[in-house]
Design a protein around this ligand. Sequence first.
Ligand code: SF4
Length: 328
Amino acid sequence: MDNEVQGIVMPDYSIGFQCIAGECRHSCCVGWEIDIDDDTYEKYKTVTGPVGEKLRACICPPSEADEPQAHFIMAENERCPFLNSDNLCDLILNLGEESLSEICTEHPRFYKDFSDHMEMGYGLCCEEAARMLLTHSDPVRLIGLSESDDLRSKIFSLLQDRTVALDARIDNIFSLFSDSAVSPVIPSEPSDYAHWGAFLGSLEQLDPAWGIELTKLKDSEISSDDLDAFKTFMEKEGRAFEYENLLWYLIYRHLGEDPMEDEALLCIGFAVLSMRIIRYLGACRWKETGAFAKEEQIELCRMFSSEIEYSDENIDLIYDHIFDLSSP
Ligand code: SF4
């Protein structure tokens, strides 16, 4: 489906996004309870024939108590009941794309409403969105937004200054806030990663594979020298930009309009923490095998996004923890 929306700001790397449907290894139609908006629910009630019968059998209607919105009742292995054995959607095949509920139409897009414009992007919990971000080697640009000297533009400009090493660029970004009373504590030493491994391990998890990654974060003995050697490996592979892009995405997605200084600092702290954890996990794999493929990077980012970014509860707990560690 064509994804460009007139008048909405979006990153250049995501133009041309297409869901890869049956080729997707981590379909968004598995593992999530899928809500059905009210208009679509009413429409589904009128569908006739076998599809209509299946719709009525597979939808949990809204209840006033704790489920205000109708949703699909998940089938075996937490699959959407309309996801067929080829991993294609039977509703699209039988009723067309326009029959989908809002969340099925929009996912993995996210939108941000600014006072004078709207922005959108594609969440990294979608492996195709992650692939597009992590294969775009030029600095990311926003399409449809005029130049500005606001805080976010300054941050992006420092972040994309490729004459400087990425960790020094991060220091330069934090120096924009040198007058702030809050100073986010983000991991740099191996013991810091062990701390965050234990903390993230205490949060709700969806996929046991994420638990294995967190155990690595907690127990792996990656020294500062190992980490430096991994950074050199990524530079030689021409892949250092992957971490720049990841930080860019996290700031783009999570930094709101005109944030208070402390709010902006926490958001950047969260973005840097996330990037460094993903980089550390990459270093663990590289140390184990001497290699770290692009596909592994895509999978780490996808998993991180599904487990953390798509859980408001987990994000809130992480922000609180960064704040607790950072308070003067
Ligand atoms: S996760 Fe992305 S590529 Fe996979 S089915 Fe969903 S939208 Fe399509």
